[in-house]
Ligand binder design. Structure first.
Ligand SMILES: *Cc1c(COP(=O)(O)O)cnc(C)c1O
Length: 397
């Protein structure tokens, strides 16, 4: 039975939605650029981009046009039993701009990582049999919440209620490369997986020499290197791909959050060598790479890949760095770190109350773990909006 529900009922204990989220109070009904507007007409400055998804902000005209054009064809889905043009064009575009030779499309970040692990195991089997199945992840990693990706996510509290998870997941501390070396062996390791900039783990950019070492350790053990750029990829760091900063190319790379401008989409980029290990039937998804989402993603990737767009992200990032580095004098700020438009402010106290106070002040920011405030503004944010957001956050602090 359809009933009109007041917003407090929608988010309350009697909600018809399963209670796995704790949504904040505002109910957003409109958005433009970096501004979201709630039912009361109150405006909020959005420094979250829907957790790194709305890279082109809200109400982007190009996304609307791509959607309208795709809808007008009448073909929003065919399944992967048939070919459609937008997915092929998008794959070609991603290949042209990256290390990769082939792309698999899916529907989320966790799914992309599950596929990446399957691909790695498929590739490794020909080299070392079933024993060569392990995946080594890093301390602080977040790769998703499905059974494989959750096994590779370094949050015991997320894992504990759902064990047993995927076997063969191991963790090593990236600040101790000898520990990584010890965890990786030619006989047992299929892949190393890492986020070039850890997101949920507290916004931790891995040093270029760490990424280089991971590359070298993976190659020496005849294992694949998987970069999870679900959060840090597609322009967030000021480069189209985060790995470009260190000049270290992986064998497999996963994308999702910003890929289709807010529609669900993930991608796994692979080298020819990895692609050659995969056969029809090895993996599949009903929805992945459909013409509607692919059309929108073509617009998003086309915009972000423009050199001037990326240059602007780097310039804005340099400004954020300037401002935030002066905050380390504040007693409650322990550290600031980040790159491009992905920043973490580590506090000496819990971050959630600061997020709540920021919301009251009309500013949307994120946490990353217990004590880190995280900023992931739309990549299209204007310089003055960024200044205003940072000034507001400093006042809240
Ligand atoms: C968000 C995220 C995921 C999971 O993506 P979902 O679309 O939520 O499944 C995986 N890896 C990283 C680095 C992420 O930030």
């Amino acid at each position: 039975m359809a009933v009109a529900v007041a917003p407090e009922v929608v988010v309350g204990a009697a909600s018809p939605l399963v209670g796995v989220y704790r949504p904040a109070a505002p109910v957003f009904v409109a958005g433009r650029g970096c501004t979201l507007i709630d039912e009361q007409g109150r405006e909020y400055l959005d420094l979250t981009s829907g957790i790194g998804v709305n890279a082109l902000g809200h109400g982007d005209a190009g996304i609307a046009a791509a959607l309208t054009d795709a809808l007008a064809t009448g073909v929003i889905h065919t399944s992967n039993l048939y070919r459609t043009a937008p997915a092929a064009r998008l794959a070609a575009e991603l290949v042209e701009h990256s290390f990769a030779d082939q792309v698999f499309f899916c529907n989320s970040g966790a799914e992309a990582n599950e596929a990446a692990v399957k691909f790695a195991r498929r590739w490794a089997r020909a080299r070392g049999g079933e024993a060569k199945h392990e995946v080594v992840a890093l301390r602080g990693a977040f790769h998703g919440r499905l059974f494989g990706s959750l096994a590779l996510t370094d949050r015991p509290s997320f894992q504990a209620p759902f064990t047993p998870l995927m076997p063969g997941a191991r963790f090593a501390d990236a600040t101790d490369l000898s520990a990584v070396r010890a965890a990786v062996t030619a006989g047992s390791t299929a892949a190393i997986i890492a986020e070039p900039v850890q997101g949920e783990g507290g916004v931790l950019p891995l040093a270029p020499r760490t990424l280089e070492a991971l590359r070298e350790i993976a190659t020496a053990a005849d294992a694949l290197l998987i970069f999870d750029e679900v959060q840090c990829g597609l322009g967030r760091t000021g480069r189209l791909f985060a790995y470009e900063t260190a000049g270290v190319a992986p064998d497999v790379l996963t994308l999702a959050k910003p890929l289709a401008g807010g529609l669900p989409m993930g991608a796994v980029l692979v080298t020819e060598d990895v692609g050659a290990a995969l056969r029809p039937g090895d993996h599949a998804t009903t929805f992945g790479g459909g013409p509607l989402v692919s059309s929108v993603a073509l617009h998003v990737v086309g915009r972000i890949a423009q050199p001037a767009f990326l240059r602007n992200v780097r310039a804005l990032g340099a400004r954020v760095q300037d401002v935030l580095s002066s905050w380390t004098v504040l007693p409650q700020v322990r550290d600031v770190r980040g790159v491009g438009l992905m920043w973490g402010i580590e506090l000496t106290t819990a971050a959630a109350p600061v997020v709540a106070r920021a919301l009251d002040a009309g500013l949307l920011v994120l946490t990353a773990g217990e004590r880190v405030l995280r900023l992931l503004p739309p990549l299209t944010i204007e310089a003055d909006e960024l200044e205003r957001g940072l000034a507001l956050l400093r006042e809240v602090l």
